[in-house]
Design a binder for this molecule. Structure first.
Ligand code: PGA
Length: 221
């Protein structure tokens, strides 16, 4: 893993048409140019290939991640996307987001299989946890701490608690730790002022609007 930190990840969830992604890239791409960390866009699966071509064409400083992958390898799994199918397009995959755990019933065992599949093909997992006690599979280097109460609520966790959780996670292993949950241009600095937080996972609240996302990048400069 030779990524530059802070890692600022936009999780678009099930939002945006291709036209809208293009507009987003055309605005965030130039802003990412002067950002010293890494910008990662996680659009829905159908947009990954086109986004990859656009990034190459414009030589944009934006990396790609997927929001999930299959727990299975390639094969007879209708509707699934295997890690090996997107390994040449994405650098990252979000695994274990609370929406996947809660709305799709994903289990620790399934999440662990996903991490292994990603690792086999060289994709870095961004593994989401809700507390520092959640099970973290082997092969994870980047963790996103996202308390459910902070996701999409405007009720971000307080910096002292985020730092405490990050320290506890880092005491277990040499993890990079991101924070996610109502991150905005107004609060992002309060988490980043210590070495404990290595980046941010930004969902629908402030990653869909390219200008709000750019304001977060600017606040981190
Ligand atoms: P939010 O979502 O930024 O809208 O709170 C975070 C996430 O779901 O990863």
């Amino acid at each position: 893993m030779n990524d530059k930190f802070p890692l600022v990840v936009a999780n678009h969830k099930a939002n945006k048409t291709w036209e809208e992604i293009l507009l987003w890239l055309n605005q965030v791409g130039p802003a990412a140019e002067s950002f010293t960390g890494s910008v990662v866009l996680c659009p829905s699966f159908p947009h990954l290939a086109a986004a990859s071509l656009e990034i190459t064409k414009g030589n944009l400083k934006v990396k790609l991640g997927s929001q999930d992958i299959s727990r299975f390898e390639q094969g007879a799994y209708t509707g699934e996307v295997a890690a090996s199918q997107i390994a040449d397009i994405v650098d990252f995959v979000i695994i274990g987001h609370s929406e996947r755990r809660d709305k799709f019933g994903e289990t620790d065992r399934q999440l662990s299989a996903k991490v292994q599949n990603a690792q086999k093909v060289g994709i870095d997992s961004i593994f989401c946890v809700q507390t520092d006690n959640d099970l973290i599979p082997e092969g994870v280097n980047i963790i996103a701490y996202e308390p459910v109460s902070a996701i999409g609520t405007g009720n971000a966790d307080n910096p002292d608690n985020v730092i405490k959780v990050s320290k506890a996670l880092k005491a277990k292993n040499e993890y990079r730790v991101l924070y996610g949950g109502s991150v905005s241009a107004d609060n992002v600095k309060s988490y980043h002022d210590t070495d404990e937080v290595d980046g941010f996972l930004i969902g629908a609240t402030n990653s869909l609007d390219p200008q709000k996302f750019i304001q977060i990048l600017n606040a981190l400069k």
